[in-house]
Design a protein around this ligand. Structure first.
Ligand SMILES: Cc1ncc(COP(=O)(O)O)c(C=O)c1O
Length: 414
């Protein structure tokens, strides 16, 4: 099912003409489809029906309250990585008992916040952190729920910046260290061992690393059982790739079957997955307008009003986002690079794409921009951040206003 598609020559989001949105809310503008978001959530939930599963949405992908609320209403929990995200998740309506807190650098203040709000679990990433959580919980006369994030020795094939497992990764701990942490945690009155956590990387297109991780997690759970440590959930992370042809290769059914198979000895244990991108990437597009057409025969550019400060992924990861015209045209076509206005050579959205007679003022849509788009955006080059709009059928709603010059200086003394 397509949610960003042409009706005649005009690109629509659900039933709303995108050109209308650009006129009404200006550009650059993030546009999301609520129907697409729900479609993705339900699709994923169906794959994982084999086991009792809690889907914890990784807020870092896009923490807009309206998108979060839509997922929360579908039954999702939240995976967060900062105190700010704990508060955003609670504000969006996620129950604290469905919030998981990951991240290698949790501060004491953030730990106290998590304990105080009664979150489901801390996904603990080092022995030092485990000790800090035990100390803070003890001071608060509370019991902190913990899971250890295990960095299984599995190499996932993706961009080096989005691998989170393997020898060189800063995330989680090795299996032996994890085992010692569980043994230590078992003796602490201020800690309750609740789960096991692992997350191998982002934008993975092969089911293999998931199957390998499930096997190792199953073995690890059996090792814990010898110490009379049993868990209420195993959290296998997110990272499900979306977008492009490769998606066809990601066999979610194989992953779901591998989890059911490897964890069948632990029937009372729940499965948790933490998708971010899978749910929101294709639910969003970034609209931008051509400001200048420049260049010579060999190198021609469409300079647009969105930049790498709005969508960093192409510059950061070399990520490919299709760029398409909002209104289809007839005429002569040419090959262009699409570049933003930022003073960085990396501020290029695509290179060598064919466009039909593009002109100043034309609108382009940068697709699959719903995940790690707005949430990674910045004010670099003193550019106010873009607005966000949610489309629901034929209704569109501003879900974040465009920033102004005042927003650029708000935190500085006058
Ligand atoms: C611990 C953890 N869980 C889940 C995710 C979500 O990954 P994705 O958006 O690729 O599904 C991430 C992404 O960085 C992560 O670090």
């Amino acid at each position: 099912m397509k949610f960003f598609d042409y009706k005649g020559k005009n690109l629509h989001a659900d039933r709303v003409d995108i050109a209308f949105l650009a006129r009404k809310f200006k550009t650059p503008l993030y546009v999301y489809s609520r129907a697409r978001l729900i479609h993705q959530y339900r699709k994923l939930a169906r794959f994982f029906e084999l086991s009792p599963t809690l889907i914890c949405y990784a807020l870092k992908a896009n923490s807009n309250a309206l998108l979060c609320r839509t997922l929360q209403k579908e039954g999702a929990g939240a995976e967060v990585v900062s105190g700010g995200e704990i508060l955003l998740a609670l504000r969006a309506g996620f129950e604290s008992s469905k919030i998981l807190f990951s991240g290698v650098g949790k501060t004491r203040e953030e730990i106290r916040l998590g304990i105080g709000r009664g979150i489901l679990s801390f996904n603990v990433e080092s022995f030092e952190e485990l000790k800090t959580i035990a100390e803070e919980a003890s001071k608060m006369r509370r019991t902190a729920p913990v899971s250890v994030r295990i960095n299984f020795p599995i190499e996932a094939k993706t961009h080096p910046h989005t691998v989170t497992s393997g020898r060189l990764s800063k995330f989680g701990v090795g299996e032996n260290e994890a085992f010692k942490m569980y043994q230590w945690a078992k003796k602490q009155r201020s800690l309750e061992i609740v789960g096991l956590h692992s997350h191998g990387g982002s934008q993975l297109f092969s089911s293999k690393p998931y199957e390998q991780a499930a096997k190792r997690a199953g073995n690890f759970l059996r090792r814990l059982k010898t110490q009379n440590i049993s868990l209420s959930f195993v959290d296998m992370g997110g990272g499900f790739g979306v977008g492009g042809e490769e998606e066809k290769d990601l066999k979610l059914s194989r992953i779901a079957r591998a989890y059911a198979r490897e964890f069948k000895d632990f029937p009372s244990m729940k499965l948790i997955i933490e998708p971010g991108r899978f749910l929101v990437a294709e639910s969003g597009a970034l609209l931008t307008r051509i400001v200048y057409v420049k260049g010579e025969r060999k190198r021609k550019f469409l300079i647009v009003d969105a930049g790498m400060n709005d969508l960093l992924r192409p510059a950061l990861y070399g990520a490919h986002h299709p760029v398409i015209p909002v209104v289809k045209k007839k005429g002569q076509s040419g090959i262009f690079d699409v570049a933003g206005p930022i003073c960085e050579s990396a501020d290029i959205f695509v290179r060598g794409e064919r466009f039909v007679s593009p002109q100043v003022g034309d609108l382009l849509a940068i697709l699959n921009a719903g995940a790690y788009g707005f949430s990674m955006s910045s004010q670099y080059n003193s550019r106010p951040r873009a607005a966000e709009v949610l489309v629901d059928g034929k209704i569109s709603r501003l879900i974040r206003r465009r920033e102004s010059f005042e927003d650029l200086v708000r935190t500085e003394p006058a």
